[in-house]
Design a protein around this ligand. Structure first.
Ligand code: FES
Ligand code: FES
Length: 213
């Protein structure tokens, strides 16, 4: 071997080593399809302070944590239910600054300083919120799974009507919305009840709203 061969050999070795290493690191199609060789996940966390049911709570959460999971898993407020976890059933409805929010579709870190009210913050077994009392009086539930979301939504619905927020069922957008069964059914349509307690739910909300359904 003369002096001129050495760089050539080194280049060859380097190329061979590079090819072998690329083969080892590039996932096969099958591996890519079933996600076997995905890069290890490093969660990004962030601190957020929420006022939950009147108490400031500071959480250090993965930034992908939904408001629903923060309430249930971090704060153990399990009154808020996880039904579909994709915005279809309304079981996870809570109030954020007084407005109803589907908490499974919202990230906890999106609400710094927000006032969050869950079913536990609306009333207690000894001091029921009027909406909770009306649901009991009118049998507005059977299994009860959807009920926390229904009640949080119902409280916000009456507030929306008071604030003249129209719905799809409002016939005259220039007039104040009327608290009717049709309005309530439309406004509560995002809260599903597999037990079918809808009629009694409308009766309960109507009573709290001061009308007869
Ligand atoms: S759990 Fe959030 S909408 Fe169903
Ligand atoms: S009371 Fe059972 S789902 Fe509504």
């Amino acid at each position: 071997m003369n002096l001129h061969d050495e760089p050539t050999l080194r280049r060859r070795e380097l190329l061979l080593a590079g090819a072998a290493s690329a083969a080892a690191t590039v996932p096969t199609l099958a591996e890519a399809q079933d996600g076997q060789r995905a890069a290890p996940e490093v969660p990004v966390t962030s601190s957020v302070t929420l006022e939950v049911n009147g108490t400031p709570r500071t959480l250090n959460v993965d930034t992908r944590t939904t408001l629903l999971d923060a309430l249930r898993e971090n704060l153990h407020l399990t009154g808020t239910k996880k039904g579909c976890d994709q915005g279809q059933c309304g079981a996870c409805t809570v109030l954020v600054n007084g407005r109803r929010t589907v908490s499974c579709l919202s990230l906890a870190v999106m609400h710094p300083g927000a006032k969050v009210t869950t079913i536990e913050g609306l009333g207690t077994p000894k001091r029921l919120h009027p909406m909770q009392a009306a649901f009991i009086k009118h049998d507005g539930y059977q299994c009860g799974f959807c009920t926390p979301g229904q009640i949080c939504s119902a409280v916000a619905v009456l507030d929306e009507i008071r604030r003249d927020v129209p719905s799809h069922a409002t016939s005259d957008l220039n007039a104040r919305p009327v608290l009717s069964a049709a309005e309530l059914r439309e406004r509560m349509s995002g809260n599903l009840c597999r037990c079918g307690a809808y009629s009694n739910i409308v009766d309960a909300i109507s009573e709290v709203g001061g009308v007869k359904a």
